[in-house]
Design a protein around this ligand. Structure first.
Ligand code: HEC
Length: 121
């Protein structure tokens, strides 16, 4: 029976660890201001007027300004986890922390079609 209780303690520990991870993620507060300092990586593609990256082949780069912060943060997390496959976005998202993602999400969410031309967009 000892074996059984060690195993269940271990399982309980894993469950507690997972629960605290998800609490941490839910607690993260994005800051558009902090995000502004983190988008320098993105402007090379997402700030180009007709939103295309032409290397190595032409991709249509989606417009992310004005999308919801939660959507942007979760898309970045999906690239990081490999659920979304675009290779450049995967490499970029892989370098971002969860906090970076929510900050960047808030920053882009604050952009609108009528935002003044913003070199950091
Ligand atoms: C080399 C060009 C390039 C750079 C640099 C780049 N992106 Fe992207 N991004 C793309 C392309 C192309 C796609 C579309 C990929 C796809 O279809 O999955 C994309 C997709 C996205 C999406 C998903 C949008 C949607 O509508 O689903 C988000 C969010 C995003 N990028 C955010 C960022 C952020 C934030 C940065 C900087 C940290 C960044 N990107 C840097 C080219 C780039």
């Amino acid at each position: 029976m000892k074996k059984h209780s060690i195993l269940s303690q271990h399982i309980a520990g894993v469950i507690i660890a997972l629960a605290s991870l998800s609490v941490q993620a839910a607690d993260l507060q994005g800051s558009a201001q902090a995000g502004q300092a983190k988008v320098w990586l993105c402007v090379g593609c997402h700030a180009i007027p007709d939103y295309r990256a032409d290397y190595p082949i032409v991709y249509k780069v989606p417009m992310i300004g004005g999308q919801s912060g939660a959507y942007i943060a979760s898309s970045l997390a999906a690239y990081k986890k490999g659920e979304r496959k675009h290779p450049t976005m995967r490499a970029i998202a892989g370098s971002l922390s969860d906090q970076d993602m929510v900050d960047i999400g808030e920053y882009y969410a604050a952009q609108t079609a009528s935002s003044p031309k913003n070199p950091l967009k």
